[in-house]
Design a protein. Structure first.
Length: 87
């Protein structure tokens, strides 16, 4: 019972994090803030998938978590490598 309550609290925190990061992604003052918000979205999604694994005891989502980690890292490196300065 307490286990499910903790997972519910974690889900509410993930939802709040998605809302805050989504706001930052839409209103960010420059492109680097938007890139960081996108990277944070990937990290929060990975944490949410980890909580889903704990809740459902289904480990088939681990592959998706690995792909998300790889894509998040590669996209962050690529954007910072080829980004132009904001004026």
């Amino acid at each position: 019972m307490i286990y499910h309550a903790l997972l519910l609290v974690a889900a509410m925190m993930f939802a709040a994090a998605f809302l805050l990061v989504g706001y930052r992604m839409l209103v960010g003052p420059n492109s680097m803030d938007r890139v960081q918000a996108l990277d944070t979205t990937v990290a929060v999604l990975q944490c949410a998938l980890g909580a889903y694994i704990c809740w459902s005891l289904d480990t088939t989502v681990v592959n998706a978590m690995l792909v998300l980690a790889l894509l998040g890292f590669i996209s962050s490196v690529a954007v910072t490598r080829f980004r132009k300065r904001d004026n």
